[in-house]
Ligand binder design. Sequence first.
Ligand SMILES: Cc1ncc(C[n+]2csc(CCOP(=O)(O)OP(=O)(O)O)c2C)c(N)n1
Length: 558
Amino acid sequence: MVTNEISGACYLAKSLKHLGVTHVFFMDAILRRSLVEMEQVGITRVLVHSEKAGAYMADAYARTTGKVGICMAQSVGAANLAAGLQDAWLHRAPVLALTGRKAWFARDRNAYQEVDHAPLYEAVTKMHADVEVIEDLPRYLEQAFREATDVTPRPVHLDLNGLGGQEIENATLAGPALPDAALGRHPVRRLRPDPSEIEVAAARLSKAKKPVLVVGAGAVQAEAHDAVRSISEALSIPVTTSLGGRGILPTVHELHIGVVGTYSAPVTNQLVYEADLVVYVGCHTGDQVTNNWTVPAPGTAIIQIDVDGREVGRNYAGVKGVVGDPGIALGNIAETLEKNPNWNAWALEATRRFVDWRQSMLPHRLSDVVPICVERLCHEISETLPEDAILVSDTGYSGIWTGTVLDLKHPGQTYLRAAGSLGWSMPAALGAKAGAPDRPVVCFTGDGGFYYHVPELETARRLSLPVVIVVNNNSGFGQGVDNVRKIYGDTPGDPDQMNRFSDINFAEVARAFGVEGIRVEEPCDIRPALERALSLNEPVLVDVVTDIEPRAPEPWSP
Ligand SMILES: Cc1ncc(C[n+]2csc(CCOP(=O)(O)OP(=O)(O)O)c2C)c(N)n1
């Protein structure tokens, strides 16, 4: 035996450690020997209750750290795991999914528990590879990290030979080099924009009378927070964000005019519609942020800054593109540009109208009605959220409420949203806490979303992940209530069967899992409950009983 020979299991564990991985999220039975090796090198193994939950944890871990989130499942779990990658794909988070698959002699002959994996991963990964023999592992592992983290991050998948990957982990390698540690984190490098693109963009911007910035998740990933604040303050340009970009600037900052798109306050869409130039920063101009491509107004001038040239102009013709790191690009534009004297008045008008809208919400935010108003719940969270907290929001109404009436008042706060998958937020909150153990993590979910992954309460307890889970408990799918009624019209029948649940006390459910549970039915009890939950160094569920009838803010459409 050659002395420097190591097993696949040992190589995998050492490589992940070298690449900065601190946690892996897995469903048994995958890479058991590697998991033993991982313990030896100090990687925390998070055993979960479903593959999707593991993928969501890895996703939020990646979003919180910039590092690659690792999720793993054996052959029969591969489809479930792939389903969990949809949010990471849509949000553009670097996640590596590792699965096992049966050895060659079982293929194409009706093997138990296995379907072809490649098609399952095709829609949700940038790269998929079969690791057939141990010799393939070093290059594929390094390439998987490269693909996951470089330029636009996204999920990748390695399918390892053996039901639980054992053909790879049990084989040996002689003296393999570990992967390049720089590939363990996004951004791998900061691309400097071409000066000619900066000049064109600056010249175009200087001609605008009513410019706005629309800042997306790409700018958050690039940590362009300071650059966004500097350019908007220096030039008096109002800032709106996509839902994924929320929190890049404190939402109470005087130049912040809210989230634009389908999950928005009406006034924000109106203001972006009135703008004569929109600067998209790390924002992919999809249907959500553009209110189905109706906002901005057709023909509005657009500048788009993105690390990936393939995104520039994907949705609009005549876009002036700047390809490069969003923070560097904004800095370069700001240096090139004189402030246009018109912009003060426009910024004042835009921010005054946004503040007026916020004021109009005040009666709801301070409401004492029972069942509790969700605006009041959001208000109380805004007031108690610690300065360095991570707020993890579910989708649907949870995204609209937290995107419009829940404030992130401090630059050190982070907002993570589901990119559409109902139920994402609770496992994601655990992944975020794993990635940022020193920061308070608060999850905001509806009861419909929470139901998906209730067993992960046990994971939170077992792994000692002290997150605060706030369940906006209205005993149903609030967002659909009106739409279902409209479809019914005069048709006799029971619309409630389509979106109402029984009344469940989730505080009691939490206690059954050994997790602290607090039930809140009165508005005045919300704040003490949150304060208590945040003060305990353990997972806590705060079950807030709310009314299903009130509607969340509706977006304005032209
Ligand atoms: C995987 C998945 N299935 C279905 C949906 C559609 N959907 C979006 S929001 C929602 C209702 C959510 O209800 P709940 O979490 O209780 O929040 P509420 O609307 O009551 O505030 C549904 C069914 C989705 N986004 N994702």
